[in-house]
Design a binder for this molecule. Structure first.
Ligand code: NDP
Length: 284
């Protein structure tokens, strides 16, 4: 049995492994279907039990794929989906949630997130997320792509402090949230869910970083494993790398057991400096 060394704790006391799985673009290519299902199941085998999806992804195709992957294994998975801002209140929220549940083939979401802030007042979203919770459609709710100002507003609303997380972009080459959002979230004991933790596959910044290569070589690991491990070092971040490739899943899972030494963290700070001023929230 594989148990992840690193965990995060939600405000309601739920303990989750620090590495989960993203699903954006999964289900887009029908030729990859079996491989993608295998990737998600391999992830469950490796303890990456948090699976992040959204009604937006492939117009529901990603949720359907996740549904197939967790068939017969529902209890092992912690399912996260997201509602589009235009659906984030009233009857539309109820219908959106029903749609996600039916595509996933489950009767309750473990976590439901507002994908980003739109024109529907947060107050309505909170009120109706609480209704979904009371009806047993979702276990808990949170938000995504909200910066500190919006988060403070959210927590000032009635029941607003029932939000359990904020899902935002975070990787070595985009550390803006360390300036204000992360310290504030820490005070609230609210974990961050880091999306794009691999900067969407490494690209030039992570893939060609000599510092990452050097640390990886010393540890007989890959640069992306080090980059991923870095995102979860604080104990308050849950990262959700996406991969359609079972071999990559195993590689990513290996990042969970890495504790970076202070010297390595300093090397990474030099290569990818911490923010010294307020940065606009990074998004994709
Ligand atoms: P990631 O940073 O997770 O990168 C995904 C890319 O990295 C894919 O191209 C994948 O290719 C590649 N990759 C993954 N692992 C490896 C590996 N070990 N070696 C080489 N390449 C690898 O980007 P995402 O944008 O997918 O973000 C992660 C998840 O976060 C999303 O899938 C989604 O669930 C969520 N998200 C949420 C957003 C929000 O607004 N709330 C916005 C964006 C993402 P391959 O499949 O070939 O391995």
């Amino acid at each position: 049995e594989y148990v992840q060394a690193c965990t995060v704790t939600l405000r309601d006391g739920t303990v989750l492994p620090s590495l989960g799985q993203g699903t954006w673009h999964m289900g887009d290519d029908s030729g990859l279907r079996q491989q993608e299902i295998e990737a998600l199941r391999t992830g469950l085998d490796c303890g990456m039990t948090v699976i992040d999806t959204a009604e937006m992804y492939g117009g529901g195709k990603a949720e359907e794929l996740v549904g197939e992957a967790v068939k017969g294994r529902r209890e092992e998975a912690f399912l996260v989906s997201k509602v589009l801002p235009n659906n984030a209140g009233g009857k539309k929220l109820e219908e959106a949630c029903e749609g996600s549940l039916s595509r996933l083939g489950v009767d309750q979401l473990d976590l439901y997130l507002l994908h980003w802030r739109g024109s529907i007042p947060l107050k309505e979203t909170v009120r109706d997320m609480e209704k979904l919770k009371a009806d047993g459609k979702i276990k808990r709710w949170g938000v995504s792509n909200l910066d500190v100002r919006d988060m403070k507003e959210l927590l000032s609303l009635e029941h607003g402090n029932n939000a359990v997380c904020d899902q935002v972009l975070y990787h070595l080459a985009s550390r803006g949230i360390e300036f204000d959002l992360m310290p504030w979230m820490k005070e609230q004991q609210m974990p961050v869910i880091a999306y794009c933790p691999l900067d969407q596959g490494g690209g030039r910044t992570l893939g060609e970083s000599r510092t990452l290569q050097e640390i990886a070589e010393r540890r007989s690991m890959t640069p992306l494993q080090i980059a991923l491990a870095w995102t979860i070092q604080s104990g308050m971040v849950l990262s959700i790398p996406k991969t359609s490739n079972p071999a990559h899943v195993r590689e990513n899972a290996g990042a969970a057991s890495v504790t970076l030494a202070n010297e390595e963290l300093e090397m990474l700070d030099r290569a990818f400096p911490k923010p010294q001023t307020k940065q606009p929230l990074d998004i994709v």
